[in-house]
Ligand binder design. Structure first.
Ligand code: NAD
Ligand code: TDX
Length: 330
């Protein structure tokens, strides 16, 4: 297989590229990535150059996308603006990358008859109350809250419309919150870990009661590879690893793991429109395609992730100051 991975220089995309080249020794990957503030070619360092090509470019560039799609067998589409807080301050890039970018890819796969796997998020379903016994399933109605999740929901609808109206061969996956190496320091876990490494206190939005359903990024990669190879066109698969935790518990665990007092954090202003809880029921993926997660011990996965940030200061340091400046302008 020769595949295009859009957004392959970002957090989850680069983890997928490393994982797939390791698991599928005969595959070749072409990464298409615009190298926005969130993209970093360092994330792809050490890959065998005979099995991997990097193309700097935008998913909204129809000519470039058309060429890359025509030369490959399938596209795995990760490229997106991904951070809720940014979408609240400046939504426009989210419309361009997440909606027009997906449209551009759909037109190319339609023209050349190529397979698409579209990466999406559980946030398209809105949020759940803390005491709601239900979890999200493939049947849950779309109800996005933020500009980010609204644009991801729009992109999912475009994929479904291109499947139904034009017979495009595509699958969609909606995954819960990822953690692991190479995640940008704007996101919750890396932000708190690097704040502590810099001698400052973690910052919890509001009361910290909000719940996220954590999955290690390598489990996300194995799920996507499973869907790419075994998924049924037109189907959606939810990806999750039964990892519900409230934010306060995660901050306390980070502090404890880093040898600090677990209560040594700050409460800061809440995110406007902050979703309360996400929870994924991934039964369909597990029973129909036989996938299961391997990183089921969150404490251990978190410890490895903390160690990765401690060992890779040169990777995160250049982004850190700019990120905290953005936050301080909130
Ligand atoms: P990220 O912000 O770390 O990486 C995004 C990558 O896409 C960057 O390398 C960036 O340069 C690239 N990019 C952005 N716009 C582009 C464009 N127009 N053209 C080409 N490249 C562009 O994001 P992430 O956290 O790795 O998320 C990747 C995907 O997974 C996104 O589609 C996101 O919605 C989805 N997702 C993320 C999570 C999570 O927990 N982070 C959970 C579920 C789904
Ligand atoms: O400093 C912080 N303090 C804090 O309490 C930050 C940055 C976040 N939070 C809270 C907000 C959320 O409840 O932590 C939780 C996680 O925040 P983010 O890392 O920003 O993730 P979230 O908004 O849940 O969205 C993530 O998961 C779904 C990804 O960024 C999305 O791309 C993905 O679709």
């Amino acid at each position: 297989m020769n595949i295009v991975v859009t957004g392959g220089a970002g957090f989850i995309g680069s983890n997928f590229v490393h994982y797939t080249l390791k698991e599928r020794p005969n595959w070749h990957i072409t990464v298409l990535d615009a190298l926005t503030y969130a993209g970093n070619e360092e994330n792809l360092r050490g890959l065998d150059p005979s099995r991997f090509t990097f193309v700097k470019g935008d998913t909204t560039d129809a000519e470039l996308v058309d060429k890359l799609v025509s030369e490959n067998d399938a596209v795995v589409h990760y490229a997106a603006e991904s951070h809720n807080d940014n979408s609240l301050k400046n939504p426009r890039p989210f419309l361009d990358s997440n909606i027009i970018g997906t449209y551009t890819i759909l037109e190319a796969v339609r023209k050349h008859g190529k397979r698409l796997h579209h990466i999406s998020t559980d946030e398209v379903y809105g949020d759940l109350e803390l005491d709601d016994p239900r979890r999200f399933t493939e049947q849950t109605a779309y109800n996005p809250s933020s500009p980010y999740s609204a644009t991801k929901a729009a992109s999912d609808h475009l994929v479904r419309a291109w499947v139904r109206s034009f017979g495009v061969q595509a699958t969609i996956s909606n995954c819960s919150n990822n953690y692991g190496p190479y995640q940008h320091v704007e996101k919750f876990i890396p932000r708190q870990v690097t704040e502590i490494l810099e001698g400052r206190r973690p910052k919890l939005y509001g009361k910290g009661e909000n719940v996220r359903d954590w999955i290690h990024t390598e489990d996300h990669s194995s799920a996507v590879l499973t869907i790419l190879e075994k998924g049924v066109s037109g189907e959606t698969y939810l990806i999750g690893a039964d990892g519900e935790k409230d934010n306060k518990s995660v901050v306390e665990l980070i502090l404890k793991t880093m040898g600090k007092n677990p209560t040594d954090y700050e409460h800061v202003s809440d995110r406007p429109g902050h979703d309360m809880r996400y929870a994924i029921d991934s039964s369909k993926l597990r029973t129909e395609l036989g996938w299961k997660p391997t990183f089921t011990d969150f404490e251990m996965g978190l410890k490895d992730t903390i160690n990765w940030y401690a060992d890779n200061e040169a990777w995160w340091k250049p982004q850190k100051e700019e990120t905290e400046q953005k936050y301080s302008k909130a």
